[in-house]
Write a protein that binds this ligand. Structure first.
Ligand SMILES: NC(=O)c1ccc[n+]([C@@H]2O[C@H](COP(=O)([O-])OP(=O)(O)OC[C@H]3O[C@@H](n4cnc5c(N)ncnc54)[C@H](O)[C@@H]3O)[C@@H](O)[C@H]2O)c1
Length: 330
C-alpha cells in the first residue's frame, strides 16, 4: 500500500517507515522536522515532504501525488510536562492538526487511518494490567488531546462510511532498530532507557530516580517497555486489517511490567558500566504502575510483542547510543 507516514522523521514513525519498506509497502514521509530529523530521511531513502500538516494545499497534493491509501499519524507533541505548561499548543497540534488531516483525507478520498494513541488516555488506572475497557481519565492535556482525537475518530467513522481507523494505545516505546540504522533522539530526552544510557556514556552527569517508596516490588515505578519495531509491526498489521464499521482500538504493550531499578540494572549489565544514580522524591502525576493487557491486540491484529525481555530492548538501544551518544546530528 501507499502509506503517508505523518511524523515519519520522528522516533516511532521512522522505525515504521523502515518496516513498511521491508514489508513491501511504499511509505512517504510527511514531517515538518519541528521535532524530527533530516538524517532519518536521508537514511531511509523514501519519498518525503517537508511541510506542516496544517498546510492543507501541500498535504492534499501529497495525498494525491503519491496515490495514498493509508495515513499513519504519528505527528504530535508528546511531553506531558510541556502540555501542562502550554495546553493550547497541545490542543492545537494534536487535536486541531489531526482534524485538518482528516478533512484533507476526506477531500482526497483517502479512507484508511492509523492513529498513535497512548496509555496516557487511562490516567491512573483502577485495574492493572490495563484492558481497553479501563476508564479513560487522562491526567494531562497531552493525554486528553489523544483521547479527544479517539472520540473524533469514532464520530467520523459513523459519519463517513469510507473512513476506517485504528487507534493504537502504546505503552513505553523503547529500543532502536535491530540493525543499528535508526535510533531514538528526542530533545529534550525524557525516556528512561536513553537517559540511563546517556548517563553511562557521560553525556549526562547522572540519572535521577523519582520516588523509591511506591508500593511496587522495589519501591520504584513500574512500566511496560515495548520495542519500537514491535510497535511498527503492529501498525502494519492494523493497516492490513482495517474494515469499514469496525474500528480497531487496542493496547500495544508486552503485558509485563519492569521497575525503574530493574531497567537501570539491565542497562548496567548490557553496557558493562555503572551509572551514577541520584534518588529523589516522587514526581507529581507519575502513576505507580502501568502495564498492558495486550490480549485484544493479539485477537484483533494477530500480533504480539516479539521482544519481551528488556535485555533485548536495551541491547538494541545500546548498539545505537554507543555509536550516537548525543543522537543523530549533535
Ligand atoms: N514515544 C513514546 O513512548 C510514545 C508513547 C505513546 C504514544 N506516543 C505517540 O507516538 C507518536 C510518535 O511519538 P515519537 O516518540 O516518535 O515522537 P517524535 O517527536 O519523535 O515524532 C513526532 C514527529 O512528528 C513531527 N510533527 C509534529 N507536529 C507536526 C506537524 N504539525 N506537521 C508535521 N510534522 C509534525 C515532528 O517533527 C516529529 O518528527 C506521537 O503521537 C506520540 O504522542 C509515543
Amino acid at each position: 500500500m501507499n502509506v503517508l507516514v505523518a511524523g515519519g522523521a520522528g522516533y516511532i514513525g521512522s522505525h515504521t517507515v523502515k518496516r513498511l519498506k521491508e514489508a513491501g509497502h511504499q511509505p512517504v514521509i510527511y514531517d515538518n522536522l519541528s521535532r524530527g530529523h533530516r538524517a532519518v530521511v536521508d537514511i531511509l531513502k523514501v519519498p518525503s515532504v517537508q511541510a506542516d500538516l496544517n498546510d492543507r494545499a501541500t498535504l492534499t497534493k501529497a495525498l494525491r501525488d503519491h496515490r495514498i491509501d493509508t495515513v499513519m499519524h504519528f505527528a504530535a507533541y508528546a511531553y506531558v510536562g510541556e502540555s501542562v505548561e502550554k495546553p493550547l499548543l497541545y490542543y492545537q497540534n494534536n487535536v486541531a492538526t489531526t482534524i485538518n488531516v482528516l478533512q484533507a483525507m476526506a477531500e482526497s478520498n483517502v479512507g484508511r487511518f492509523v492513529f498513535s494513541s497512548t496509555c496516557a488516555t487511562y490516567g491512573d488506572p483502577d485495574v492493572i494490567p490495563i484492558t481497553e475497557e479501563e476508564k479513560k481519565s487522562p491526567v494531562s492535556p497531552y493525554g486528553r488531546s489523544k483521547w479527544m482525537v479517539e472520540q473524533i475518530l469514532q464520530d467520523q467513522a459513523v459519519a463517513d462510511k469510507n473512513f476506517r481507523f485504528a487507534a493504537l494505545r502504546y505503552f513505553n516505546a523503547s529500543g532502536c532498530a535491530m540493525d543499528g540504522t535508526l535510533g531514538e533522539d528526542h530533545d529534550p530526552e525524557t525516556h528512561l532507557i536513553p537517559v540511563v544510557l546517556q548517563a553511562i556514556l557521560g553525556v549526562r552527569p547522572k540519572i535521577t530516580v523519582f520516588g523509591t517508596d511506591y508500593p511496587t516490588k522495589d519501591g520504584t515505578n513500574v512500566r511496560d517497555y515495548i520495542h519500537v519495531d514491535d510497535l511498527a509491526d503492529a501498525h502494519i498489521a492494523a493497516m492490513e486489517r482495517l474494515e469499514a464499521g469496525r474500528p480497531i482500538v487496542c493496547n500495544l504493550g508486552t503485558g509485563r511490567g519492569f521497575s525503574v531499578k530493574e531497567i537501570i540494572q539491565t542497562c548496567e549489565q548490557v553496557s558493562g558500566k555503572k551509572v551514577p544514580v541520584e534518588y529523589g522524591a516522587r514526581r507529581a502525576g507519575d502513576a505507580i504502575a502501568l502495564y498492558a493487557d495486550p490480549s485484544r491486540a493479539k485477537q484483533l491484529l494477530g500480533w504480539e510483542a516479539k521482544y519481551k525481555d528488556p535485555q533485548q530492548i536495551i541491547q538494541s538501544a545500546w548498539n545505537w547510543f554507543s555509536k550516537h551518544p548525543k543522537g543523530y546530528a549533535r
